[in-house]
Design a protein around this ligand. Structure first.
Ligand SMILES: Cc1cc2nc3c(=O)[nH]c(=O)nc-3n(C[C@H](O)[C@H](O)[C@H](O)COP(=O)(O)OP(=O)(O)OC[C@H]3O[C@@H](n4cnc5c(N)ncnc54)[C@H](O)[C@@H]3O)c2cc1C
Length: 315
């Protein structure tokens, strides 16, 4: 096990699969353990805390980060893929145990690609068994890491929207919200068998939407537009979709002026805070409705492209 990264502000170390369970047709739940997790933690709730997992390439070795320093990413990227493996982004669904027995729970979607090719993260999740090793990048207690976007501030109600890749984040947020929180969560999953049991405040309506063969995002758009009172107008997917769409009150992947945007107070939809994540084209369409058509204040929304149809995640 690599343990020489202690100078880095975050955990970048080997972990092991200590439990694996196919919790539904689309989700495989992993418990990842390792001595390095004794140092895992953030100040405050984890909410949608993102982490990186580095999967070995096919039958290749577990990528080594031995001796990693501040230039670790460039150094890692410069190595042949057979050696460096594949880095992908996931969410901390839950944390179990404590000290050296701390385990991170990560739910990974087993998805078909349009052409039948599974991405390396999905392929790993489909075949991994207890004892398999991989590398985790995650926050180290007491150090700044970032990666939590859910920030409702003083909003009076929340709107959480996601496809299956955002289900772990939405479920984690729901489980950590104040008991008096109010609002709604819309979750689109491939089939009704993927609708999970989730702990949530009584005042949050949780709506599962089974795609059941419809195009990705269609049930989600329909339900969210209806919820917002926009009727069932068809939201065309924009021609130009940024695969790395990331528009939050503090960061804009499109280069929009965040400062300016934050001073525009529009239609506040009754104090709503909207957190929307999933396939970039679907999220872009919803963003257009909320920000452009309904004029929702940019300080009240986070739109995140978690993946883009036909585009492998960069690593
Ligand atoms: C902040 C953040 C948090 C995330 N949290 C999670 C999480 O907790 N669990 C999780 O499963 N995913 C999560 N994702 C999404 C995940 O990182 C992507 O789905 C990623 O592309 C998976 O890598 P891969 O190697 O399987 O596929 P890639 O190699 O990236 O892509 C290969 C092909 O598969 C397609 N593809 C990728 N994802 C899907 C999908 N879900 N359905 C259909 N086709 C797909 C791509 O379009 C591409 O054509 C998160 C993403 C972000 C940015």
């Amino acid at each position: 096990m690599t343990t020489a990264q202690q100078s880095l502000p975050m955990i970048l170390d080997e972990v092991e699969v200590v439990r694996v369970e196919r919790i539904s047709p689309a989700f495989v739940r992993f418990e990842l353990g390792g001595a390095c997790l004794a140092e895992f933690g953030v100040d405050g709730p984890l909410y949608d805390q993102r982490i990186k997992l580095v999967f070995p390439h096919e039958d290749g070795p577990v990528p080594s980060f031995e001796g990693a320093d501040d230039s670790w990413y460039g150094t890692w990227l410069a190595r042949p893929v057979e050696e460096r493996g594949h880095m992908r982004t996931y969410t901390v669904r839950d944390v179990l145990g404590e000290g050296v027995d701390t385990r991170l729970v990560v739910d990974i979607v087993v998805h078909p690609d349009d052409h039948g090719d599974l991405g390396p993260g999905c392929a790993w999740a489909a075949r991994a068994t207890v004892g398999d090793r991989l590398v985790l990048m995650a926050p180290r207690r007491g150090q700044f890491y970032g990666g939590i976007e859910f920030a409702p501030g003083a909003a009076r109600r929340v709107l959480l929207v996601g496809d299956e890749t955002a289900v772990p984040a939405v479920c984690a947020i729901l489980a950590q919200l104040r008991p008096d929180a109010v609002g709604a969560a819309f979750l689109e999953v491939p089939t009704a068998a993927d609708e999970l049991t989730v702990q949530h405040p009584e005042g949050i309506e949780v709506v599962w939407l089974a795609r059941d063969g419809e195009a990705h995002g269609v049930p989600l758009r329909r339900a969210v537009l209806d919820h917002l009172g926009v009727g069932t107008a068809v939201v065309e997917e924009p021609e130009e979709v940024d695969p790395d769409l990331w528009e939050t009150p503090t960061y804009s992947s499109s280069g929009e002026d965040v400062e300016d945007a934050a001073t525009v107070v529009g239609h506040d939809l009754d104090g709503i805070y909207a957190w929307i994540a999933g396939e970039s084209g679907v999220v872009t369409g919803l963003r257009r409705v909320l920000v452009k058509d309904l004029g929702v204040d940019r300080r009240q929304v986070a739109f995140m492209g978690y993946w883009r149809r036909g585009v492998a995640m960069q690593s």
